[in-house]
Design a protein around this ligand. Sequence first.
Ligand code: OOG
Ligand code: NI
Length: 446
Amino acid sequence: MSSSFVSSNEIRDRFSRAMSAMYQAEVPQYGTLLELVETVNRETLEARPELKASLEARGELERLGVERHGAIRVGTAEELAMLRRLFAVMGMYPVGYYDLSEAGVPVHSTAFRPVEDEALARNPFRLFTSLLRLELIEDAALRQRAADILAQRDIFTPGVRELIAAFENEGGLTSDQADRFVAEALETFRWHQHATVDRATYDDLHAAHRLIADVVCFRGPHINHLTPRTLDIDEVQRRMPAAGMSPKVVIEGPPRRQCPILLRQTSFKALEEVTRFVGDAEGSHTARFGEIEQRGMALTPRGRELYDRLLNEARQAATGADNEAHQAHLADVFEAFPDDDTILRREGLAFFEYRLAPGESQAEGKLEELLAAGTIIADPITYEDFLPVSAAGIFQSNLGGEEGQVGQGNANREAFEEALGAAVTDELALYAERQAASLKALGLVG
Ligand code: OOG
Ligand code: NI
């Protein structure tokens, strides 16, 4: 690679900052949310020096301020495949397959994200990307109309297409090219006040499912939320109303714990925005919101199974009440999930990365003995992905509640990968590799 090229990490970092600036300008409440998260993170680090030390040791303190994810939804295989090439410029690759049809949302999804440890440490920016499943629209005529409308749009600028091709042919972009790439790529994710259809068409698609109208009726896949990482999601949720934001009722994911697992998420509700339709009718469209997330440790398949089982159990006896009642109920059910790093590790419920303790120069002996002697340290590996049940909850809360008009589909990973033009990486394999590599570097086996 020519040394005049900037790294994909650098391009992703510039892009995520540009995206955040654009979204703050488009949705001022998102700026307020960022400030709130920053305040709570600062207070949490001050109050919990042990948390600060642990984040620092794992190289996560630095990334905290730039850490966020976003979400977009596209309508066609061509759009998805082109996005894959666009994100590759920034070192973001499709990881995980998420089937949302089970929850009545007519999409399936992946997350474009960095995969290497170094890249994650620099800037873990991820984009949850959903592909509309038109086959889940029951009305054949409406389905065809949606496909025809989508066939007419091009969500990419000529400039970004050229720069993607240049990246693929030359193996990189210069700093100037990277700046142009960021500016051109940003255009794809911008909000458009003007719909591409008339009011009646919008209403028909909206009646089939709000999400279909959101994907089909606009010039591009507007970024629908960005999500900073908080260290105390319960506190941010509590303070949201006073800061002028209306939070969704419950925090998705596991309950609050000593040893956080996976991912907890909440959002402020989507804004109603003025929309102009072809023929000049005015209306409104509700799509864009702000979200926060708190990340915990990645679970092994065994841990994930236990999580899914307990979550399901909790949902069977759902309280349907406010967040406090919901959290108390979750906490009861999750009593069955060990809340201690050592037990989680020994029982093979979570992934860990092993390193020499400061001042130690080699690890000779058995893993458990070395850990007990403090020669090596096991740090939990942070979960970098998403949760389908939580994602469905986020979708629903921003679509105005439950909607049942769309036929329940079933997972179709092959169709998704065919549209994408590539296989999605198995996220669990990535964590397992990272754990194994850390042991190998110490000359140990798990
Ligand atoms: C994506 C919702 C999923 C998350 O954080 O789980 C998501 C969407 O509404 O397009 O972003
Ligand atoms: Ni999200």
